[in-house]
Design a protein around this ligand. Structure first.
Ligand SMILES: Cc1cc2nc3c(=O)[nH]c(=O)nc-3n(C[C@H](O)[C@H](O)[C@H](O)COP(=O)(O)OP(=O)(O)OC[C@H]3O[C@@H](n4cnc5c(N)ncnc54)[C@H](O)[C@@H]3O)c2cc1C
Length: 394
């Protein structure tokens, strides 16, 4: 059964960080738009949960990302001005790496690489020694063999609130939203796309943006699937002795890169009114998972190990009381950059999502660019810098 009426100008499949932005931006143009999600976003099952996300303008992952994070900051400011809801907290941020990085290891040298990108782009940035960092932030237990890149313009964004704001404003602009509806197939015939839903109905559209996050492989072209995979990450909140020591006004985010690839730690300042714990996490890229079957529970043993082996050695003033722990999913590409491209046989379907665990800070601008591209054929920011060419050529 196919929906009656004229085709939608744009259907957005997946309404997380990227898709909610695409839907909102498309809705502002007056286009007839529909957003579809298998859950009711924001939710805990994909990649956009766990309260906050780090953002930094001096993106050490490479200069091609810079326009996207800069534009995303503008969009969050615009949303805050429109709604009165502050989405971005400018806390500043510390990137801590070994002072003598392993030769050729870009991640191990992330503080200096970020400093170099900042210098090339006119972004405020300081390289601090460990002692200076401890005098500014006594809570951070740096050692003298480390160097710290400090970006004052960095901070944290309220992740679920950004999704919720996009969807609320999109609805206000006339966008239709269908939740608890899974898209099972997308096909293109006679210049129209047909989106098949789990309940057996079809929706017809001129163009489709697919931003399915960890479920990317369900709908993506086969040639993209082999270059992507999903990993389960765990996030913990430990109650601090004094929460006021960890507010965004006085405490930065931390990205802490150790000597070895699996030695990673990150912490997020605590916005007022949020979860009453300091958010901390590590990363793992070894165990791959399926978003349909992954175990999202976090065992107590995992929580205790993380506190005793890692967290208490990095941040002074955290108690062992874990107020919350959740699982969250990274959608990775094999080179850890992004993948945004059209279906190989139809430019009416544009796919995003594998953001390799660093996509939120760019998501507002990526969603905007995808909406522009599908409605007008071109976008202000060039999303082709993330196309599949580099992956399929390797
Ligand atoms: C623990 C953790 C920490 C992170 N920290 C940072 C950070 O500090 N800074 C940063 O920049 N990035 C960070 N990231 C990465 C960032 O959060 C993600 O890149 C971003 O949220 C991805 O958004 P998305 O829209 O691609 O996916 P999602 O937000 O997961 O959205 C996908 C949506 O598609 C829907 N969907 C899927 N399949 C279908 C279907 N078939 N039909 C209908 N709907 C469907 C899902 O229900 C979901 O709502 C982190 C990620 C994690 C997991």
């Amino acid at each position: 059964m196919t929906d009656a009426g004229s085709p939608y100008d744009l259907v957005v499949v997946g309404l997380g960080a990227v898709g909610s932005s695409a839907l909102f931006q498309a809705s502002k143009t007056g286009a007839r738009v529909l957003g579809i999600d298998r859950y009711d976003p924001p939710h805990d099952f994909g990649s956009t949960n766990a309260e906050t996300r780090i953002t930094r303008l001096a993106v050490g992952e490479g200069p091609r990302y810079l326009p996207f994070v800069a534009r995303s900051h503008q969009i969050w400011a615009e949303l805050a001005a429109e709604t009165g809801d502050k989405l971005y907290h400018q806390s500043g941020g510390c990137i801590i790496t070994p002072d003598t990085p392993a030769a050729g290891d870009r991640w191990n040298d992330f503080a200096r690489i970020s400093a170099s990108i900042a210098a090339d782009s006119g972004i405020d940035f300081e390289l601090l020694d460990a002692a200076t960092t401890r005098s500014r932030y006594p809570q951070i237990q740096t050692t003298d063999d480390q160097i710290v890149g400090f970006e004052p313009t960095g901070g944290v964004v309220m992740a679920e609130r950004a999704v919720d704001t996009h969807l609320r404003l999109a609805r206000g602009n006339g966008a239709e939203i269908r939740t608890h509806q899974t898209v099972t197939n997308i096909s293109v015939t006679n210049d129209l796309t047909t989106i098949r839903l789990q309940d057996g109905t079809n929706v017809v559209a001129e163009a489709v943006v697919v931003a399915a996050g960890p479920w990317f492989a369900d709908l993506a072209p086969p040639l993209d699937r082999e270059h992507t995979y999903v990993t389960r990450q765990t996030v913990y909140w430990f109650r601090p002795e004094d929460p006021e020591m960890f507010r965004p006004e006085c405490f930065p985010f931390i990205i802490w890169v150790g000597e070895t690839p699996d030695d990673y730690f990150s912490s997020f300042p605590m916005p007022h009114g949020g979860i009453p714990g300091m958010k901390v996490l590590t990363e793992q890229f070894v165990d791959r998972c399926d978003p349909r079957t992954v175990d999202r529970t976090v065992p107590v043993s995992e929580i205790n190990d993380f506190y005793h082996d890692i967290a208490r050695h990095r941040i002074d003033g955290l108690t062992s009381e874990c107020v919350k722990a959740v699982a969250c999913l990274y959608t990775m590409t094999t080179d850890e950059h992004f993948l945004i491209d059209a279906h190989p046989s139809s430019d009416r379907v544009l796919y995003a999502s594998p953001c390799s665990g660093h996509g939120f800070k760019h998501s507002a601008a990526i969603g905007e660019a995808m909406a522009q591209k599908m409605l007008h054929g071109t976008s202000t920011l060039d999303i082709e810098v993330f196309d599949r060419t580099r992956l399929v050529a390797t």
